[in-house]
Design a protein around this ligand. Structure first.
Ligand code: HEC
Length: 246
């Protein structure tokens, strides 16, 4: 009598051994998976720790840089902050909160106090009227309103009330080229005004800038002197295009 049944092939491994092998294989696979997960996920070494410390330091550093930039910002014309590129990138990387701070438009600067209106004294106004009557009145008329469409108004125009160096230039050297005043386009020429001193020009412009309802600052002989000196070599009249006038 045999121990084994004779009616079938003998199994390669006994059933008991087979199930042990299954357990061992399962354990091996489980260990491999756990080991992989452990290696992949845990902070493996000091360099990882170092990286975190470095990141923290970078964050603190960029934050303080960003704060410094906020308190003393360099500004673009449109009111946004100008950051050195590297700093901006560090700020972005390190602290999105700071970034959103930086995106806020700069609070409008406290408006510079308007330059105090310098009213001309009566003497200067009298002298100015005298020069006006002698050198401008024939064309621009006693009212300052000119004679459209030949002579433009100078009663209350942007040029008259703007930077005085512009009209000083015309008076010294003349003006030609197309210019639109109060909706009328002139393409004519104002000749240079002859025989006027620096003081005369200061007085007549002061008169115009403080008559006809205008309230622009008085002009000084020194202002005229500077414009005259800066254009001493000039002989041709100014062209409106050259002065950016339309
Ligand atoms: C001979 C005529 C004539 C005289 C004199 C004259 N102007 Fe003019 N003025 C003109 C003309 C014409 C223009 C327009 C020129 C153009 O078409 O480019 C002009 C333009 C101007 C402008 C710029 C345009 C505007 O309306 O704002 C001013 C400012 C001005 N004159 C001021 C004066 C003053 C101040 C005097 C006297 C010191 C004077 N002019 C004397 C004819 C004259």
């Amino acid at each position: 009598m045999s121990e084994h049944p004779s009616n079938g092939p003998r199994p390669l491994l006994p059933g008991q051994v087979k199930s042990w092998l299954g357990v061992v294989a399962f354990v091996l696979v489980a260990v491999a998976v756990l080991a992989y997960a452990f290696v992949a996920v845990r902070p493996t070494n000091n360099s990882d720790l170092d990286r975190r410390v470095a990141q923290k330091a970078l964050r603190a550093d960029t934050e303080s840089k960003a704060k410094a930039l906020i308190t003393t910002p360099a500004k673009n014309a449109d009111g946004t902050y100008r950051l050195p590129v590297a700093d901006a990138m560090a700020v972005i990387a390190a602290n999105p909160k700071v970034l959103s701070e930086l995106r806020k438009p700069v609070a409008a600067e406290a408006a510079a106090p308007a330059a105090a209106f310098v009213k001309a004294d009566d003497e200067q106004m009298k002298r100015g009227l005298a020069v006006y009557s002698r050198t401008c009145i024939a064309c621009h008329q006693p009212t300052g309103k000119g004679l459209a469409p030949v002579f433009p108004s100078i009663a209350a125009t942007p040029i008259v009330n703007g930077d005085a160096s512009l009209p000083i230039k015309f008076i010294l050297h003349g003006l030609m080229g197309p210019i639109t005043v109060d909706g009328v386009t002139y393409n004519s020429m104002m000749p240079p005004v002859a025989g006027v001193s620096d003081q005369d020009i200061a007085d007549v412009l002061t008169y115009v800038r403080q008559s006809f309802g205008n309230k622009s600052n008085a002009v000084t002989a020194d202002q005229v002197k500077a414009v005259r000196a800066a254009n001493a070599a000039r002989t041709a009249p100014w062209n409106t295009a050259e002065l950016g006038l339309k």
